[in-house]
Design a protein around this ligand. Sequence first.
Ligand code: ADP
Ligand code: MG
Length: 327
Amino acid sequence: MAVKDEFEFISKIKPKEIFQDNLLVGIGDDAAIYRPAERMEQVVCLDTMVEGIHFLKGLSSPYEIGYKALAINISDIAAMGGIPKYYLISIAIPNSWSEADLYCIYDGLNDIAAHFRIDLIGGDTVGIEDKLVISVTVLGEVEQSKMNLRSNAKPGDVVFTTGSLGDSAAGLSILLNKNDKTHTEDETYLINRHKLPSPQVMAGRLITKLDRASLNDISDGLASELYEIAEASNVLIKIDESRIPISSALLNFKENPYEYALYGGEDFELVGTISRDSWNILKQECEKCSIQITQIGEVVSGEAKVLLTRENETVLLEKSGYNHFKK
Ligand code: ADP
Ligand code: MG
C-alpha cells in the first residue's frame, strides 16, 4: 500500500484539536471511549465511497473526496435530526495513490469535521489491489423520543424541502461533459454543489425541536425519497413541480432543471413532512437562521404513492431514482 509506515501515518492524521468534551479516549488505543450525554439517544450511520463508482480520481481532488465522504454521513445524522459528534474512517489504499494524496483526503475530512465540531476517534488502514475505498462512520445524538422517522408522515402534513434541488446532478453533468473547459460562475456553483455538499444539520435540529416530522436526506433524488416516506407512512404525497426550489444557476443551465431536481440525487438537502401548525413555526425559525425551506406539496390519505402536478395536469410520479449500479 501507499503508506510506508503505518504508525507514522496514524500519528500524522491524528487530530490536533479535540472538540467534544465527552471524548475520554481518542485515536491511539485499541478502541475509542466516549461518554454518551444524559437523556440523549445515540445515532449512528455508515456510508462507503468506492473509486470508479462514487467518485473518479480525474474529476474530484483527494481533498474533495475526503470532504464529501464525511459530508454524506453527516447528512444522514441531520436527517434523523441529530447532532453529529464523532467519526471513524476505514480506508483501503491501492498503490496508485500517493501518501500525499491521502493527507489531502484527511485535509478535506478535517475541514468539514472542524465546521461541525466533530472528532475523528478511530479507524482502520489496509492495502487493496485496485481502487481506493473509504468508509465513514458517524456517531451522533438526538433527544430521547425525538426521532424524525420516515414513517411519521400523516394526512394534512405540509411537504417541504431545504435548499435548492438538482444542482448536484447538473454539476456532475458539467464535470462529465466539459471538464477540460473553463467554467462560468454558475457552472462553478453547480460543480461545487456536487463536490462539496452542505449537510443540513441546523435545519434538522430546528425540525427536531418541533412536535413530529418525517424526514429524509436527499441522496437518491427527490422522487425516490418521497416514495420512501409515502411507503413507510402509508400515505399519498402530492407535490407541485412549480414549487420545487431551483437555483438561479440551474435555471440558467440549458437542460430541464426539474429532471435533475426530481431524479438527480446527491443534493444532501432535507425533505420531509410536518403538521401545518409546526410548519408555520418552522418557516419562521428557518428564516431567522437564513435557511432556505420551501413547501412543495401536502400529504393526504390514500395509497402509498407520489403524485406530481405539472402545468394543471396531475400525474403519478415515476419512482426511479439515482442508482450507482444501474447503467
Ligand atoms: P489495532 O491493531 O489495535 O486495531 P491500529 O494500528 O489499527 O490498532 O490503529 C491504531 C489507532 O489508530 C487506533 O486508535 C485506530 O482507531 C486508529 N486508526 C487506524 N487507522 C486509522 C485511519 N485510517 N484513520 C483514523 N484512525 C485510524
Ligand atoms: Mg485496527
